[in-house]
Ligand binder design. Structure first.
Ligand code: NDP
Length: 481
């Protein structure tokens, strides 16, 4: 059993509440750790520590040295990748294949990518009228809070912390209560490589109290949030009084559009990995499969055949490609959507029930496919956040675009076609922050990611993220004699 305190000002300290939270392994239902459950007072302490570090050692370090430290965090993550990947799998239930081969390396890469930016964040000189030298400085916003969900605990923490630090901010991480272990490990690694105390703080505790205290705190300058759209709304309301900067990366109901001229076998793979990677607990999951009517039967047969081959297994087994749903409550929520799909008349063609991997324990679910879904059905409109695919047909390109855009969300979308003109045409018409053509779920730290519509605003990753973590100061020098 692991036990963890709060990381504040470089020290691991007890929560002022004296309380702890249990962390459960969703694959075994066993309690694997106890972490401190912070209160409002701890948020105050973290803000004081972060501000002191911001005004002190962190702002005195050269940008290049900041970059060196970030690079070392990436190195440390790679050195400890086996152990960190195991932790990620233990608290989230995702296959070790995903944690070890994809997400921990991507987290390390994120730190090393932003290490390169640290000394390249610069202002400009502006040709103004009159005899002035006018230039801009790009300065850190100050103390940044990263509020992180449980689906990609380390990766989504890295997407926030790495650019925030590269820009010279200090950070308070509020991990999801279900999955705090890798953020805690990251906090220790930041100390180990020599990032000064107080620059990175980790405050574990319930979103309803600690998260809210962060959002409302006058000493925090920016909140970077990923999570549910309804929580995003609360964060927007809560941050209004202090006019805090916020970026929100929220839910999605992303369409995956298959035209008849596509490489259908590749599209089948894209349709299934698009929804089943990460057990479908992915904000950009391709949860709405839009298929041209003329190929629907053939295509859906292939999707179902491939889905039936995907069997949930022990997440720690390197061969497993479908792990455990992250929590009992999430499992129940997803099963509830499956019932709604059946009740509303969609045709269940694969899965639809809990799975047992032979242990009688764990929140496993069969990968599930609904065919003949109508665009108005609940399972076509709401984010299920589980391995449940809803297939909807369309008659032509215009109807495909209309159906794809018929959503309050706009996080991602994909198009499968061999026709280059059609691909570009549809990509431009789709209301989504990311459009993939003939692929799904590809990411790179250099490429911006974020939402249209109610999927949020602001961009993570790439050069674009630097804008969220800096503010521009304009300096005028009078050169008149
Ligand atoms: P939340 O959006 O509530 O949680 C994300 C993070 O926000 C967690 O760290 C959480 O803390 C924190 N938080 C919760 N409430 C507040 C608040 N009022 N102020 C500040 N921070 C807060 O997601 P849930 O874990 O509750 O999941 C609910 C549903 O959201 C899921 O079933 C899923 O469908 C969807 N979801 C979508 C995600 C996405 O990326 N699109 C990611 C995660 C969930 P704590 O963990 O302590 O509650």
């Amino acid at each position: 059993m692991m036990t963890h305190n709060l990381l504040i000002g470089g020290e691991w300290i007890d929560a002022s509440t004296g309380e702890t939270m249990e962390v459960v392994n969703p694959a075994t239902e066993a309690i694997i750790a106890l972490v401190a459950s912070a209160g409002k007072e701890d948020v105050d302490r973290a803000v004081t520590a972060a501000r002191r570090a911001q005004d002190g050692p962190w702002s005195k370090l050269s940008a290049r040295d900041r970059g060196r430290l970030l690079w070392k965090v990436g190195e440390r993550l790679l050195e400890r990748a086996d152990e960190i990947a195991r932790l990620e799998t233990l608290h989230n239930g995702k296959p070790i294949f995903e944690s070890r081969q994809i997400e921990i390396p991507a987290s390390a890469e994120c730190f090393q990518y932003y290490a390169g930016w640290a000394d390249k964040i610069q202002g400009e000189t502006i040709p103004v009228k009159g005899n002035y030298l006018t230039y801009t400085l790009r300065e850190p916003v100050g103390v940044v809070a990263a509020i992180v969900p449980w689906n990609f605990p380390l990766l989504l923490t890295s997407w926030k912390v790495a650019p925030a630090l590269a820009c010279g901010n200090t950070v308070i991480i509020k991990p999801a209560s279900q999955t705090p272990l890798t953020a805690i490990a990251l906090g220790q690694m930041c100390l180990d490589v020599g990032i000064p105390p107080g620059v990175v703080n980790v405050v574990t505790g319930p979103g309803s109290t600690v998260g809210r205290a962060i959002v409302e705190h006058g000493g925090i300058d920016k909140v970077a949030f990923t999570g549910d759209t309804s929580t995003g709304r609360e964060i927007m309301r809560g941050s209004a009084a202090t006019l805090k900067r916020i970026t929100l990366e929220l839910g999605g109901k992303s369409p995956n559009i298959v035209f008849p001229d596509a490489d259908l076998d590749a599209a089948v793979r894209g349709a299934t990995t698009g929804i089943f990677y990460g057990k479908g607990e992915v904000c950009a999951a391709g949860s709405r499969l839009l298929v041209d009517r003329s190929i629907r039967d053939e295509f859906m047969d292939k999707v179902v055949a491939r889905t039936k081959k995907m069997v949930p297994g022990d997440p720690l087994d390197p061969k497993t490609r479908l792990g455990a749903i992250s929590s009992r409550s999430q499992l129940e929520r997803v099963l509830g959507y499956i019932e709604t799909g059946k009740r509303e008349g969609a045709s269940l063609v694969a899965g639809g029930a809990r799975a047992d991997i032979g242990t009688g324990k764990g929140y496993f679910l069969q990968p599930t496919v609904f065919d003949r879904v109508e665009p108005g059905m609940t399972i076509a409109r709401e984010e299920i956040f589980g391995p449940v695919l809803a297939a909807i047909e369309f008659a032509d390109v215009d109807e495909a675009i209309a159906r794809a855009n018929d959503s309050t969300y706009g996080l991602a979308a994909a198009v499968w076609t061999r026709d280059v003109k059609k691909a570009h045409h549809v990509a431009r018409k789709l209301q989504a922050g990311t459009v993939w053509v003939n692929t799904y779920n590809v990411y790179d730290t250099a490429a911006p990611f974020g939402g249209y519509r109610q999927s949020g605003f602001g961009r993570e990753m790439g050069q674009h993220a630097l804008e969220s973590y800096t503010q521009v100061k304009t300096v005028w020098i009078d050169l008149n004699a």
